[in-house]
Design a protein around this ligand. Structure first.
Ligand SMILES: [Zn+2]
Length: 223
């Protein structure tokens, strides 16, 4: 079946067990795609995260995610392709493991953010069988296995900069990236260009720290 309308997209997502809904709001006439577990909060259902299918010109549709202080928008040439990607995204929020207390199915949720040049992550588990819960957090990058999922959920981001910097700025770049002098010289030859790539929180942290030394950088999604 060819998908062309909002109704088609909602039906296709419902067929896959995703409680999608048509919503009109500031992004336009959209389809809301819930990601991850639903919680009840003061009588309303809230989802861990959501993505939006937004019609663009002609047959093209955008898949939009609201990340911390920025919008991630990816364009697809048809609604089928956009819905297929939305379904892939929902799978990335379905993280399960075995409960260490009873061996039942344990749901895992996690996230990371960056504020004022500091990164924080959190990991929470809850067992659907015995109800055992755990929570952990940290002040650096996510553990590698979860970091890989984070990159697939929210994309890989890159920080770019110019080739012209003051001596103070170069020493800040060198310190933040833990480069030796030969490595810094090699990096200089590649600029203007990329300084670093990683998760959005990792790249945002580096951008905030370099800004303190007046290093101008730009943050983009790596495509
Ligand atoms: Zn359990």
């Amino acid at each position: 079946m060819r998908l062309i309308s909002h109704i088609d997209a909602v039906e296709e997502l419902l067929r896959h067990g995703i409680a999608a809904e048509r919503r009109e709001w500031s992004l336009g006439d959209t389809v809301m795609v819930p990601l991850g577990a639903a919680f009840e909060h003061s009588g309303t259902v809230v989802f861990s995260s959501v993505a939006w299918l937004v019609p663009n010109s002609r047959d093209a549709w955008d898949l939009v995610q609201m990340l911390s202080q920025r919008e991630r928008r990816r364009r697809f040439s048809s609604l089928e392709l956009a819905v297929a990607e939305a379904l892939e995204l929902t799978k990335l929020y379905d993280c399960m493991g075995a409960c260490s207390a009873c061996g039942g199915v344990e749901h895992l949720s996690f996230g990371e953010w960056c504020g004022l040049g500091q990164m924080t992550y959190w990991i929470a588990t809850s067992c659907g069988t015995c109800g055992a819960c755990s929570e952990a957090d940290g002040g650096d990058s996510l553990p590698e296995e979860l970091r890989e999922i984070e990159l697939r959920r929210h994309g890989t981001w890159r920080l770019t900069t110019s080739a012209e910097h003051s001596p103070r700025a170069w020493s800040a770049i060198r310190a933040e990236l833990a480069l030796g002098l030969p490595e810094l010289a090699a990096l200089k030859r590649t600029l203007p260009g990329e300084l670093f790539r990683g998760t959005l929180a990792e790249v945002s942290r580096l951008q905030a720290r370099l800004a303190r030394a007046h290093v101008q950088t730009e943050l983009h999604e790596a495509v």
